[in-house]
Design a protein around this ligand. Structure first.
Ligand code: AMP
Ligand code: MG
Length: 408
């Protein structure tokens, strides 16, 4: 029974999985999703922080006419401030130091002339309260600085470091295996016979997973029901997610669906009304196991991976939700079969930063060289046959120039 893309999407959404939470040293948490609120352990900044190298003065002295301040002390960042500031004197002070009591204004070196232990004001006017980053101005003690669900990148790591949150709760990653199927496939380092090809899908899938920060084990299934069953039985208890490619079509040796069902994987669907990727098979096992079995044509695998697996993964891992990207079709296009057509497109941005999609059809789902010349699939609805330049459709980028996850 063939289902629509929308139905497939709905079923996949209903089978989002929660893989739990783990604690990591914060330095290992880049690219992960935060699973707890993080609060400031002190005010930020924690004291009135001097924001320029120069002198700290009492503005009242300046207002009363003083333009020459005797330098009473020099204070580096990290040093305790002197507790006295006598009238008409100043503290020579460095960026990052705590403002001394009673000082209320910092005059930068650029506005001073210093000679013989006296700082002369060389630029008018001095403005009261200038060049001081006030205590608690950015965040207050106990205030949430990072909310659960945020993706940990450079700014978040810097905040974790600043508040001393060195062990961090993050969403746990699933254990993933990538399995190829097909007796014509050899390893990339091998020389294929004239009738064989090198295995490539597993590496494409692995690269996308790496962009998402997920390690995966690579395995291969021979085209024998018996052997495939045996390998799957070994895998099911060891992994949460299996990503298969090949062996799910109508061929005599396409044993993958049968083997999966024999091993207790419950089929949720087989075949989606789409091109490429029609024989896509999805199933579940155990408490939270999911099997994505993609058709082996490299472009089909690519489409199913980006259109179905990546959104499923991001939502299972509680990634911040992002709207599906949309692009403007640049040329008229006709596609008659009653299938949702994912046409490969060249993407570019116009002067208004709108995404423009120019169809580039290549030679069908076996033409994976075409993936190098294009950056995305534009999703054209199944019910229609004619699509006009200027219409806007959902777009599924795969080039790292346009994907979010690959640029982490
Ligand atoms: P299948 O889905 O097994 O019928 O495979 C469809 C086509 O994709 C065949 O031409 C296969 O040789 C090719 N194919 C299947 N798996 C891979 C793979 N891992 N790498 C490259 N090509 C593949
Ligand atoms: Mg095959």
């Amino acid at each position: 029974m063939m289902i629509s893309v929308a139905e497939a999407e709905q079923i996949i959404r209903e089978h989002r999985r929660d893989f739990g939470v783990e604690h990591l040293p914060f330095t290992a948490a880049a690219g992960r999703v935060l699973a707890e609120p993080v609060v400031a352990d002190r005010d930020l900044p924690p004291y009135d922080r001097v924001a320029m190298d120069g002198i700290a003065i009492r503005y009242a002295d300046y207002l009363a006419g003083c333009r020459q301040f005797g330098i009473a002390a020099v204070q580096a960042a990290g040093q305790p401030p002197p507790d006295q500031l006598a009238p008409n004197t100043c503290i020579e002070i460095m960026t990052g130091a705590a403002l001394p009591p009673r000082a209320d204004t910092v005059v930068p070196y650029e506005h001073l002339h210093i000679a013989n232990g006296v700082a002369n004001i060389a630029f008018e006017p001095v403005v009261q309260g200038k060049n001081i980053h006030r205590q608690g101005r950015d965040k207050r003690l106990g205030e949430t600085v990072l909310a659960p669900g945020c993706l940990i990148g450079a700014a978040e790591l810097s905040m974790l470091a600043s508040v001393g949150h060195t062990q961090v709760a993050v969403r746990k990653l699933p254990r993933v295996a990538i399995l190829s199927s097909g007796d014509e496939l050899v390893e990339p380092a091998q020389t294929p016979s004239p009738y064989q090809i090198r295995r490539s899908n597993s590496y494409a899938i692995q690269a996308v997973l790496q962009g998402l920060g997920v390690p995966a084990e690579l395995l291969h299934l021979p085209e024998s029901l018996e052997l495939t069953r045996r390998i799957l039985e070994d895998c099911l208890p060891r992994f949460d997610v299996l990503l298969l490619s090949g062996g799910v079509s109508m061929g005599k040796f396409d044993v993958v669906p049968q083997a999966l069902e024999d091993c207790g994987v419950r089929r949720l669907f087989h075949k989606v009304r789409q091109r490429p990727g029609k024989p896509f098979w999805l199933g579940v096992f155990g408490e939270k196991g999911v099997v994505f079995a993609f058709p082996g044509n490299p472009v089909s695998t690519f489409l199913c991976l980006h259109r179905y697996f990546v959104p499923w993964f991001k939502s299972s891992l509680h990634f911040p939700e992002q709207p599906v990207a949309r692009a403007v079709l640049e040329k008229n296009i006709r596609f008659e079969p009653n299938l949702q057509y994912f046409v490969q497109v060249k993407l570019r941005r116009d002067e208004q930063t709108r995404l423009l999609a120019s169809p580039f059809e290549g030679h069908g789902s076996g033409d994976f060289a075409n993936l190098l010349d294009t950056q995305a699939f534009l999703e054209l609805p199944a019910e229609r046959s004619d699509f006009e330049a200027g219409e806007i459709f959902p777009v599924w980028p795969y080039s790292s120039l346009f994907t979010f996850h690959a640029s982490l």
